[in-house]
Design a protein around this ligand. Structure first.
Ligand code: FAD
Length: 442
């Protein structure tokens, strides 16, 4: 498959708004300077638009895109809502180093999101949702390679794959359904025995008695999302994008069904089109506009650990299936990240989660100084079906690129290109009709 960004021809874009022309330069305001906002800005600027990015932080990628697990995992892209998850979730809740933490509270958004997520745990819904995510991930894989060539940005990137590591025969057996899905989607993979795992990740030789095998997706990549987003923001500035930091967005002003301006704590900003890329905070902005976006924050944690013994550090990403924790090599650091905590909008850092991360990494790769690690949490903007929400809304000139959940960086470049084509009214390279908010009905 080859995708390329042709220059847009001058045809009318939004048929209900004759003021916007494809090919004409539009003033586009992107809300949010996370990895999704910055990749959106890049492709919008590349398509010739005049782009401004607004964020309340002092720079790019200072919220969820700051210290994620570092996987650019095209082959591992799957919705969390899967058959068997409700039963597994019950078991996880009672594990010592639990991958899932649930703190129920009286919160309609949380309950509504959980009900919708459970409704997506059927084989039929899983297949639909996974194929949507894989379509975006595959487009992102090609787009990211192109972007790297275009910009020459560096972000501790490596192209050595993801190794899903099994500690028991039952985990190995259960991976048969993933293998089937990978084969069906034409994604390269290798099923490895213990020796095979050690060949891919030599440091595992020190703990060989703890592993039984693994599943390698060799086309997956790794890197530092914060460095990526910052380097891309620099490239954006060179393309004429304006970044307006330290500005809190209060709302979107709508007149006669059309988005006109963004209200902020430092004044109102007018533009032809507005793109919402506020991660977990997107639904809060959209609610007063009557748009109910089913995105809920699912908190995760990470540790970034300086390497002191490289022979006992990973080479790429190792996904420990037992704890659902990803352990990634980022230059001279190890990033270990994971866990899903459903507890609302809170970034607090409890000692128990840190113990889980420390346990998981030192059990396999004791090559880092965990006491000197940086501990972090972030809120994954999760949709109940795992797929992001990209496209137009029922308010003219208001667009969404949000809800990227577990693998937002992985899907970012493809999502941004899809968004750019929709904003410009162009037919895109991939089918995107089922990615819009319309899929949730009214
Ligand atoms: C522990 C963990 C591990 C992960 N691992 C991976 C991984 O290995 N690979 C992968 O691909 N993905 C991973 N993810 C997911 C990925 O990090 C997210 O999907 C992605 O960062 C979301 O990007 P975003 O731009 O949508 O959100 P954000 O990065 O949160 O950006 C949203 C921006 O909006 C701004 N904002 C919000 N509200 C306002 C307001 N009112 N006014 C002004 N600005 C505002 C914020 O400041 C922020 O900068 C992980 C996530 C977590 C938590």
């Amino acid at each position: 498959m080859k995708y390329s960004l042709d220059s847009a021809s001058a045809i009318i874009a939004n048929t209900s708004d004759k003021s916007i022309h494809i090919g004409a330069t539009m003033k586009v305001t992107v809300l949010g300077a996370g990895v999704i906002g910055v990749t959106s800005a890049y492709y919008l600027a590349k398509a010739g638009h005049e782009v401004t990015v607004i964020d309340r932080q002092t720079g790019p990628a200072l919220e969820t895109s700051f210290a994620n697990a570092g996987e650019v995992s095209f082959g591992y892209c799957s919705p969390w809502a899967a058959p068997g998850i409700p039963r597994k979730a019950l078991k996880w809740l009672f594990m010592e180093h639990a991958p899932l933490i649930l703190r129920p509270k009286v919160d309609y958004a949380m309950l509504a999101w959980m009900v919708r997520m459970l409704a997506n745990c059927t084989s039929e819904r899983y297949a639909i949702n996974k194929s949507r995510m894989l379509r975006l991930a595959d487009y992102s894989r090609l787009s990211l390679a192109e972007l790297r060539t275009e910009t020459s940005i560096a972000y501790d990137e490596r192209m050595q794959g993801t190794l899903q590591l099994f500690r028991s025969e039952s985990q190995l057996d259960a991976s048969a359904k993933d293998v089937k899905a990978l084969a069906a989607d034409g994604i390269p993979y290798e099923v490895l025995d213990r020796e095979g795992c050690i060949r891919v990740e030599p440091a595992l030789r020190h703990v060989s008695d703890k592993i039984v095998g693994g599943l390698l997706t060799p086309k997956d990549e790794t890197g530092d999302c914060f460095k990526f987003t910052n380097a891309l923001a620099v490239a954006c500035v060179a393309m004429g994008v304006t970044f307006d930091y330290g500005r809190t967005i209060k709302g979107v002003e709508v007149e006669a069904g059309q988005a006109k301006a963004v209200a902020t704590d430092r004044g109102t900003m007018f533009s032809d089109a507005i793109v919402v890329a506020l991660g977990s905070y997107s639904p809060l902005l959209l609610k007063p506009l009557g748009i109910r976006l089913p995105v809920y924050p699912v908190k995760g944690y990470s540790l970034t650990i300086p390497i002191v013994d490289a022979a006992r550090a990973p080479e790429s990403t190792v996904m420990d299936e037992t704890y659902k924790i990803a352990i990634t090599r980022l230059g001279d650091r190890i990033r270990v990240g994971g866990m899903a905590e459903i507890s609302g909008y809170t970034n607090d850092l409890g000692p128990a989660r840190r113990r889980t991360l420390e346990h998981s990494v030192t059990d396999l790769f004791p090559g880092g100084d965990v006491k000197a690690a940086n501990y972090w949490s972030g809120l994954r903007p999760m949709t109940p079906d795992g797929t992001p929400v990209i496209g137009a809304t029922n308010i003219r000139n208001l667009f969404l690129n949000t809800g990227h959940g577990t693998l937002g960086w992985t899907m970012s470049t493809g999502s941004a290109r899809v968004l750019t084509d929709i904003v410009g009214g162009r037919k895109g390279d991939i089918d995107a009709a089922d990615l819009s908010i319309a899929r949730y009905g009214r």
